[in-house]
Design a binder for this molecule. Structure first.
Ligand code: GTP
Ligand code: SPV
Ligand code: MN
Length: 611
């Protein structure tokens, strides 16, 4: 089809690729924006759009002396997190979406959403955002084009993805690209005044895995709207990875340097708001050990020519949980945001135009809460927090003072250990090493965690969150487990990463954390590395190789030894109580559950003396 000349900006595109141009024209025709803007990722574009967002009241510019070139935004109170119940995998066969995803027939979904999209950008601008996930120098650059009517999305994509001339050049070649359509669903009638955070009560976050296509509607928030992130890099990429023999995972990537200057790369999957960013930027408390960061949320892992598994972070920024971040828990995140060029959403705004959140040092006398209300420590809106529990900072990775120089290497880094972890008050010990890859896959497949504020819904409830991927697997969870098994089978066992299961969140009777966490987690990393080197002892238990307190370096830990011991305890009764929960979870998967996972469960029951 040809371009519709009535929409300003549709002519003279800086892109030559016919399929892209046709798609833009088709979307413009359907959504009827006032104008089309072709984004180039430039500084000029950032300056122009952030100014427009300030003028519109969406952004408040922060004091440049405190946070240069940085902005504050408060969302609609009903648009604060991913909406899992509105997230769909529209595979042709419902069995390919499986038991953990919402499914709708792709044709039916397209019909429904096409009606929602009709005229939905009236009075607004359609931004064309070409982007690349992972280094543009990759053998196969992972391209996408997001069409969005949100300037907030454009500037967030500046931080979170690679944009710019090189991406536009690549897009004009013949590399595959993912179309990702996004609308706030908030058309403006002539003369109608805009709101600060336009969105729609009706929300759809939809994936068409066979077509490698994303349609999102109604939300302006993070993982619902920045479509390069969870939608592309996990849900669509996991389906690509299944078809092509690699892994797309919800994992941080870190580099650990021992006192002997030996280098190890570790990937770790924890559910949303369970400590990935914190571990990725760890400052170990034990002398001589150093961490450098490569990624805090997503890892793409491919086998290299040497048979090892190499990880690349597809993102270029951190979209981190704000509350709890401070100079003690995560000094490197604080240093990264201090350098400015950052966006803050749903945190509190101080009277001197800086940001604050629960857990940050220097509690102010007065702030505007994320809901725009007066808040002070005393009146605290009847216990309401000043910052939303899922408030976020969005900041360029390049500003992180401990960024590993190889973060942008298209070949990635060879992974020595994979960690799974969740937030559990009981049962799960501080650290546990799997017997082998299949047992490690079982650990991941049965990972459980208390629900956090990163997704809408009740916080605190224990749910299974396989590989920390339950909201992000773009296909059937049983097939996903089989894919993990197959990846292991296809590899040289000696070269595979070793798999561990950690829990920083076990608690005592009074609710206190048994393990100090944060920088002290370096002690657990040290034990893991020494296991790889064959230098650390462990105790073989029913659930895996678990250290006793004297097998971990605890020199200088101030917590009582009994607490550390309790954090490491393998309590057979607690584990017996866990079995029916695992059985229920496996039963829910049905016939696609691999027999090897059933075998692992039976073996665990035997070791626990459960019939
Ligand atoms: P997403 O960005 O949602 O995927 O989350 P994440 O996994 O990166 O979580 P993050 O590192 O941002 O941590 C979330 C919350 O857990 C913060 O409030 C942290 O303060 C807290 N947290 C992180 N590490 C630890 C730890 O070792 N111990 C304890 N007790 N809390 C921790
Ligand atoms: C998560 O929820 O895991 C996040 C934030 O990292 S979001 O981008 O909303 O997915
Ligand atoms: Mn995440």
């Amino acid at each position: 089809m040809t371009a519709v000349p009535t929409i300003q900006g549709l002519e003279n595109p800086p892109i030559g690729r016919r399929e892209v141009l046709d798609w833009v024209a088709e979307v413009a025709d359907l959504t009827t924006p006032d104008r089309v803007v072709w984004c180039d990722g430039s500084q000029e574009e950032w300056d122009r759009l952030t100014k427009e967002l300030v003028d519109a009241g969406t952004f408040v510019q922060l004091d440049p002396d405190k946070k240069p070139n940085s902005f504050y935004a408060a969302s609609d109170p009903d648009d604060v997190a991913r909406v899992e119940e509105r997230t769909y995998i529209c595979s042709v066969d419902p069995a390919d979406a499986g038991v953990t995803n919402n499914w709708m027939d792709p044709a039916e979904m397209k019909a429904t959403m096409t009606e929602l999209y009709r005229g939905c950008m009236r009075g607004r601008t359609l931004y064309v955002i070409p982007f690349c996930m992972g280094p543009t120098s990759a053998e196969r650059p992972m391209l996408g084009v997001e069409l969005s009517d949100s300037a907030y999305v454009v500037v967030s994509m500046h931080i979170m993805t690679r944009m710019g001339a090189e991406v536009q050049r690549l897009l004009d070649g013949d590399t595959d690209w993912v179309p990702a359509l996004h609308s706030l669903g908030a058309p403006l009638e002539p003369g109608q005044e805009d709101v600060r955070w336009p969105c729609n009560q009706t929300k759809y976050i939809t994936h068409f895995p066979e077509e490698r296509m994303i349609w999102s509607y109604g939300s302006g928030y993070g993982g619902n709207a920045l479509l390069g992130k969870k939608c592309y890099s996990l849900r669509i990429a996991s389906a690509m990875a299944r078809d092509e023999g690699w892994l797309a995972e919800h994992m941080l990537i870190l580099k650990l340097i021992s006192p002997e200057e030996k280098v190890y790369y570790v990937a770790a999957a924890f559910p949303s708001a369970c400590g990935k960013t914190n571990l990725a930027m760890l400052e170990p408390t034990i002398p001589g050990w150093k961490v450098e960061t490569l990624g805090d949320d997503i890892a793409w892992m491919h086998f290299g020519a040497d048979g090892r598994l190499y990880a690349v972070n597809p993102e270029a920024g951190f979209f981190g949980v704000a509350p709890g971040t401070n100079w003690k828990t995560n000094p490197n995140a604080m240093r990264t945001i201090e350098r400015g060029n950052s966006l803050f959403t749903n945190v509190a705004l101080t009277d001197d135009k800086d940001i604050w959140w629960e857990g940050m040092e220097g509690e102010p006398e007065h702030v505007l809460s994320w809901k725009g209300q007066d808040w002070s420590p005393a009146n605290g809106e009847a216990g309401q927090p000043a910052a939303h529990p899922n408030s976020r900072y969005c900041t360029p990775m390049s500003q992180c003072p401990i960024l590993a120089p190889e973060w942008d290497d298209p070949n990635g880094v060879p992974i020595s250990a994979i960690l799974f972890g969740g937030r559990r008050k009981t049962t799960i010990p501080l650290v546990n090493e799997s017997f082998d890859w299949q047992h490690g896959t079982f650990m991941g497949a049965t990972l459980s965690s208390e629900k956090t504020a990163a997704a809408a819904g009740a916080v605190g409830q224990v749910r299974r969150d396989p590989m920390a991927m339950i909201p992000f697997i773009g296909y059937n969870v049983g097939d996903y487990f089989q894919h993990w098994i197959d990846v292991g089978k296809g590899a040289d066992a000696d070269k595979l990463p070793r798999i561990f299961y950690v829990n920083w969140f076990r608690r005592g009777d009074d609710g206190r954390f048994l393990w100090p966490g944060f920088g002290e987690n370096g002690r657990v990393l040290k034990w893991i590395i020494q296991r790889l080197e064959g230098k650390a002892a462990a105790t073989e238990t029913a659930i895996g190789h678990v250290p006793t307190a004297d097998q971990i370096d605890l020199d200088g830990v101030s917590e009582p030894l009994e607490d550390i011991e309790a954090s490491l305890k393998v309590d057979i009764e607690e584990w017996r109580a866990e079995i029916p929960l695992i059985e229920e979870w496996f039963d829910s998967i049905g016939e696609k559950l691999p027999t090897s996972m059933r075998d692992e469960l039976e073996a665990l029951k035997q070791r626990l003396g459960v019939s």
